[in-house]
Design a protein around this ligand. Sequence first.
Ligand code: B12
Length: 212
Amino acid sequence: MVHDELFSRMVQAVIDGEKERAVELAQEALRLEVPPLEAIDKGYVVGIQKVGELFEKHDFFLPELVMGAEAMQAGLAVLEPELKKRQEERERLGTVEGDIHEIGKRLVCTMLVANGFDVLDLGPDVAAETFIKKVRESKPDLLLLSALMTTTMPEQKSVIEALKEARLRDRVKVMVGGAAVTPAWAEEIGADGYAENAIEAVEVAKGLVKTS
Ligand code: B12
């Protein structure tokens, strides 16, 4: 199967919410030695974006959105171990999230781990107090806050404020991201870094760790 055909089948599997097909196609990608990140970017990510567009147009509703996300996650689960194999030396880092969307956050974590970072993934829907507690306990170099919705973006600001109140702000660099987040928002809330996607996130994180 040529790669482009494989990618478009991955896109379709996510749109159709076909978990098993998504898994089979990920396995096929590994057999064909397609770089896993390319398969994720040109396949599943394009698929979930299309699902999002259909949801926005009210052609899709929540069940289709959930099924698309589940198909994407099933495919990613096959590819992620391959991404993680490319490890170098480790750094310490904490990763967090503001709402229940977690696919992008997981991708960022995977890419950071693949690039030698030691990641503590706090999961989705994490309260500001939990972030504070973990920063105090684990003393990470970086704290990453993901928010996918305009309604949860202010949570990123609240966490930064809570860090200041706990006198921890100067002990950790904060990076923010997620579909709705912009560089202007990152600057406005006083974050140290922003990245648009998982690849850029690795570069920004490396830069921040160097200067910390
Ligand atoms: C999949 C999905 C879901 C799944 C999530 C499954 C899961 N376990 O994660 C489910 C079905 C559960 C879901 C639920 C909801 N969703 Co939804 N969802 C999406 C969808 C289609 C795709 C998100 C995704 O996974 N993208 C793929 C990943 C790879 O991309 P990403 O998340 O953007 O992450 C990348 C970058 O942003 C960046 N990044 C991400 N985080 C971070 C963090 C840092 C620090 C950095 C540096 C970078 C970074 O790197 C990532 C990888 O490259 C989006 C549409 C869209 N276009 O984003 C809507 C979307 C985000 N959802 C939306 C809504 C409204 C909801 C619901 C409220 C629906 C409802 N009525 O119940 C609920 C939310 C409930 C809640 N409290 O959170 C809206 C938000 C609107 C807004 N602007 O606020 C969107 C935009 C859809 C829309 N157009 O209406 N959703």
